[in-house]
Design a protein around this ligand. Structure first.
Ligand code: ATP
Length: 802
């Protein structure tokens, strides 16, 4: 067989021909990304305010608003830049791979490193990594819809097709971007990257739009609603003030203040950051998110349908039992129809079941290489999970066959009776059982039984714990396996997946075909479940697409399944799915509590401004002061809040219903009462100070109360059920740092005289700072007390929400 390129030659060719990649559309230039930050109604409003202030001679205000706009744009730019980098990193992590023969060995390399002259090794489920000419093909067919639009698999053969044949009839070629539907083959690469059939039409491929998640879409709606609400209020208040005889300038200032107060500037950034951080945390736990909405859906998952082999179990098979008259002959026949390759050091590539067989055979001196040399293959009937068996016809005219016992034994000529009983016994011990037989000629019938092989596949210990955690979290685990029902049940019991009282038919699906997977997903969905489904084979793609969350295997899976998935498990481990569910719940909660935190602040500011108007008082806070609060003393704690580490009790409660609004009744009630409390406190201080002090000084005090109230309340907002100290005083150092920094910045603008005209404030004495800080502590304390009170009322351990 062709030895393929040497690695040295491959490297040289990579340098000469370039990476095997399609050119992407040009990235957006940085200055465009920067300019893009100056959009949205709020920004236009502020720009307007900036221009009006300048026109009215309020140069300080104009500069300050301009500076804030600039800071906002820089922050937005950096966020977008960082997010783009994260996406690029993810893309390279989930980039496709290809199997090639190099230095005479099968190797897995990144598809980008495939070069002309490489020998591609193809197997059902692979994405073809480059254009190539077939050297060998066994029952090979590929799906070429991406190129030709043809949805039926095209059959491929190694004999040359006429050179002038149209693309769809080139049966001796495989093409980049197509997928292997059945069979196996080897092909020599003829073109890579842009020098492929796909490359020729690549400029026609639109770059995919970044997808918004349902949450982001819903929040856009909330944002728009708030904007209209606020514009309406502005008009009403402006009209009232004009009627009262206020000057145009005053009316304009109060209108801008109101608008700034009502709009939560940090809203969009909060969600983006929560999702980006979540994606990174999941990557650290071996879960690569391909589609952002999956992060949200994860927290609502109620059923995880998982493959058994390699996901619940380690997938490291070992031969435990041999049954038959002649073990040597049994293993020889089994090794004679393996495709896996065992290296001299005991490692290998290919199906773990076959590797285990080859290892057992090697112990008896039987080597596949020798068999391939002595008895070259004539024909193959490849394995697929529907037939559950495979066979190879060799030059001695013998057909070597192995497969699931109940598929093979009915084809055996005589003496299968005892084998059936033995197979049943081995299966009920949790062993995978293969029957091995030989025949004459091409037909898989009239066979002679060589014996049975029983293989064990130990459960992953961490998966047992994860199954227990999932159960407590109200998430059911459903095992789907191609193995025998007895094998499957034995392992399900051992892992605690099947417990007394469980309906085995519901949680264990054995001898399942890919179509069965689709049926299982549909059945659970019909019952209202939110379903996550794992898959590895080519035929699993439809089930992954149908599930709410399709999860592909990173190690054992095929490229086709990865393309169809929402998430990829880098370690193929069930426990990683449960870890991801926990992260998903944590991300959702972080977003929720940060929204409540931000909106309560905005509600408070709005009520303060409206209250002042209602009582006929001057504007308590200037636009710039409000912007400072929203972007700095509110915005920074919000960023720390949204990155809170996932709490310990996230898996102690049932999944959140998928349709539940992120801001429900309970959240709106908190927003309103906390807002009202903050408004009352600051308004009272303002009204009182107006009697004894001048206007800027009175504003000072109101400003200070709001800032302290907001900063301190961030600490009480980490959980809706547990107090700050119960959550862990030191568990979010970022938040502590931000709170200290915000207070420091606030004192700075009070104490550094050059900043005074900018914020229109005067210095405060220690007594004033002390009093406003004390008042600012009240909302945080009230929040903590409300948790303790509601706990007493229910006199139960904390229930929903962390
Ligand atoms: P799971 O569905 O639990 O992940 P799996 O995907 O490995 O397991 P299949 O590959 O569909 O399941 O295997 C189904 C059955 O086919 C096995 O129980 C075994 O009897 C048989 N089988 C598996 N691999 C081979 C093979 N390489 N050659 C012959 N028969 C096989």
């Amino acid at each position: 067989m062709d030895q393929g390129l040497t690695s040295g030659e491959a490297a040289a060719r990579l340098a000469r021909y370039g990476a095997n990649e399609l050119q992407r559309a040009e990235a957006t230039p940085p200055w465009k990304v920067f300019l893009r930050q100056f959009k949205g109604a709020l920004i236009w409003l502020l720009l307007g305010a900036c221009v009006v202030s300048a026109a009215l001679g309020e140069v300080g205000d104009a500069i300050a608003i301009g500076a804030i706009l600039l800071i906002n744009a820089v922050v937005g730019f950096l966020q977008e830049y960082r997010a783009e980098r994260a996406v690029l990193a993810l893309r390279s992590m989930t980039a496709p791979h290809a199997r090639v023969r190099r230095d005479g060995e099968a190797r897995v390399v990144p598809a980008a490193e495939v070069v002309p002259g490489d020998v591609l090794l193809l197997e059902a489920g692979d994405l073809v990594a480059a254009d190539a000419r077939l050297l060998e093909a066994h029952a090979l067919s590929t799906l070429e819809a991406a190129l030709t639009g043809e949805s039926v698999p095209s059959e491929k053969r190694a004999d040359p097709a006429p050179p002038e044949a149209p693309l769809a009839e080139r049966h001796d070629r495989v093409f980049l971007g197509t997928a292997v539907a059945t069979g196996t083959g080897a092909a020599e690469v003829t073109g890579t990257g842009m020098k492929t059939e796909l490359g020729r039409i690549a400029h026609l491929l639109a770059t995919a739009e970044e997808e918004e998640t349902p949450l982001q879409r819903r929040l856009d709606q909330v944002g728009r609603l708030l904007l209209w609400l606020c514009l309406g209020l502005v008009v009403v208040v402006a009209a009232a003030n004009l009627a009262r005889g206020h000057s145009w300038l005053e009316v304009l200032m109060s209108s801008v203040s109101l608008a700034v107060a009502a709009v939560p500037e940090g809203l969009a950034a909060v969600v983006t950051i929560a999702l980006a951080v979540g994606v990174q945390r999941m990557a650290a736990r071996n879960v690569l998110v391909r589609k952002l909405p999956a992060v949200e859906t994860l927290g609502s998952t109620t059923v995880i349908c998982t493959d058994k082999t390699g996901t619940l179990t380690t997938g490291t098979m070992a031969v435990r039992e041999l049954w038959g008259p002649d073990h040597q002959a049994l293993l020889h026949a089994a090794a004679a129809n393996c495709d896996a390759e065992l290296a001299a050091d005991g490692s290998g590539t290919g199906d773990p079941t076959e590797l285990a067989i080859l290892q057992a055979a090697a112990l008896r001196g039987i080597r596949r290489q020798d068999i391939e040399k002595d008895l070259p293959r004539r024909e193959e009937h490849p394995f697929d999970s529907e037939r559950k068996m495979m066979s190879v016809l060799r030059s001695d005219g013998m057909l070597y066959l192995k497969g699931a016992a109940e598929m093979v034994l009915p084809r055996v000529r005589d003496g299968a009776g005892q084998a059936v009983a033995t197979a049943a016994e081995l299966s009920s011990r949790g062993l995978r059982v293969l029957a091995v037989a030989v025949g004459r000629g091409d037909r898989e019938e009239d066979l002679e039984l060589r014996g049975l092989i029983g293989l064990s596949d130990p459960p992953r210990t961490e998966a047992i714990e994860a199954i227990r955690q999932a159960r407590r979290a109200g998430v059911r685990t459903v095992m789907i396996t191609g193995d025998h029902p007895k094998t499957a049940e034995a392992i399900a019991r051992e892992m605690g997946l099947l417990q007394p009282g469980d309906d085995p038919g519901e949680v264990v699906h054995a001898r399942a075909t890919p179509e069965d997977k689709l049926k299982v997903v549909r059945a659970w969905k019909a019952k209202g479940a939110v379903v996550a489904m794992t898959g590895d084979g080519v035929n699993d793609a439809p089930a992954l697409k149908e599930a709410h969350i399709g999860i592909a295997m990173g190690k054992g899976g095929t490229e086709v399944t990865r393309e169809a998935s929402d998430m990829v498990l880098a370690d193929d481990n069930y426990a990683s799915i449960v870890a991801a569910v926990r992260e998903g719940r944590g991300i959702y909660e972080n977003i929720q509590k940060t929204l409540v935190y931000l909106l309560a602040g905005n509600a408070g500011e709005l009520m303060l401004m409206l209250g002042a108007t209602a009582f006929g008082l001057p504007i308590p806070l200037l636009p710039l002061q409000l912007l400072w609060i929203n972007l700095v003393t509110d915005g920074l704690p919000a960023l720390a809040l949204v990155m809170d580490p996932a709490g310990p009790d996230l898996l102690e409660r049932p999944p959140r219903p998928l349709q539940e609004p992120i801001l429900g009744r309970a959240q709106w009630i908190t927003i309103l009462w906390v807002g009202a409390l903050e408004a009352t406190l600051s308004l009272a201080v303002f009204a009182w100070a107006l009697r004894t002090r001048d206007l800027p000084h009175a504003r000072n005090l109101a400003f200070s109360v709001v800032v302290f109230a907001e900063v301190l309340r961030a600490m009480a907002s980490r959980s809706t059920t547990r107090t700050y100290f119960e959550v862990g005083a030191w568990s979010n150092m970022r938040l502590i740092a931000v709170v200290v920094a915000s207070i420091g910045l606030q004192l700075l603008i009070h104490w550094v005289p050059p900043l005074h005209p900018l914020f229109d404030i005067a210095p405060m004495d220690a007594w004033e700072i002390g009093v406003t800080a004390g008042l600012g502590l009240i909302p945080a304390t009230a929040l903590e007390l409300s948790k303790l009170l509601s706990r007493q009322k229910h006199s139960a351990p904390p229930a929903r929400s962390g």
